[in-house]
Write a protein that binds this ligand. Structure first.
Ligand code: BTN
Length: 233
């Protein structure tokens, strides 16, 4: 079972940082770090992750038994987030490559996977906006972010039920064949058929390959993006 032992902090710099220190110190597979509030929450591509205190699920999970999932772990986490949210609230989640979870064109959750493959551990960090209203969100995110409450109103779940559902879905998905996970990811692909741009060009997103790389058709042919950020045009 993943999610145990669990360390909960009222305030912490970053649950990922804490989980990485625990993992480097030998913490067992499934160890969970959660917090009500982060003062230095980290996102992908050097960004920060911000959420009003007490309103988001902020969690980092130490995983050691990774294979054969290692390559697609960030995608697996995004699929599990979608499935957990949809099991608790009437929302339809899609995934913006590689692992942003969207409702409509707004971001509900983000995933940051960090680790030391040579030591065979990874930390899966997830930030999921749960009970904030749109006005509670940092002002510069109000146009692009959402929360479960903003989508479904006051009757929606709180962070703890979301955590339980997410651990359950993640546990199941980590046992799945990675090809099945990729199929589930593809069924939620928010970019497929849409024009995107990235630092090196622009084109039409056509899905992901078996390693989770984004395939984009450009005027010069098909391009494969392994990492980085793409934006909708
Ligand atoms: C992204 O969207 O760029 C990824 C955001 C990941 C944020 C979560 S919040 C819990 C965990 N601790 C962190 O510092 N980051 C992740």
């Amino acid at each position: 079972m993943i999610g145990w032992p669990r360390v909960h902090h009222r305030v912490i710099d970053s649950t990922n940082e804490r989980a990485k220190r625990l993992a480097a110190g030998g913490a067992k597979h499934g160890t969970l770090v959660t917090a009500d509030e982060q003062t230095a929450g980290r996102g992908r591509q050097g960004r920060t992750w911000r959420a009003p205190p007490g309103s988001a699920l902020l969690m980092s999970l130490v995983l050691r038994r990774l294979f054969p999932h290692h390559a697609v772990l960030p995608l697996t986490a995004a699929v599990a987030v979608c499935e957990a949210c949809e099991s608790l609230a009437p929302v339809e989640c899609r995934i913006k490559w590689p692992n942003d979870v969207w409702v409509g064109d707004r971001k509900l959750a983000g995933v940051l996977v960090e680790g030391r493959p040579q030591e065979r551990w990874a930390v899966v960090g997830i930030g999921l906006n749960v009970t904030s209203t749109r006005l509670d969100l940092p002002w510069d995110l109000r146009g692009t972010a959402t929360s479960l409450r903003a989508e479904v109103g006051e009757g929606g779940p709180g962070p703890e039920p979301v955590l339980r559902a997410l651990l359950e879905r993640l546990d199941d998905r980590l046992d799945d064949d990675p090809d099945d996970v990729l199929d589930a990811w593809r069924a939620r692909d928010a970019l497929r058929g849409r024009r995107v741009r990235w630092a090196g060009g622009e084109g039409s997103a056509t899905g992901i390959d078996r390693a989770g790389a984004l395939l984009v058709d450009t005027d010069a042919g098909r391009v494969k993006l392994d990492a980085g950020e793409v934006h909708l045009l």
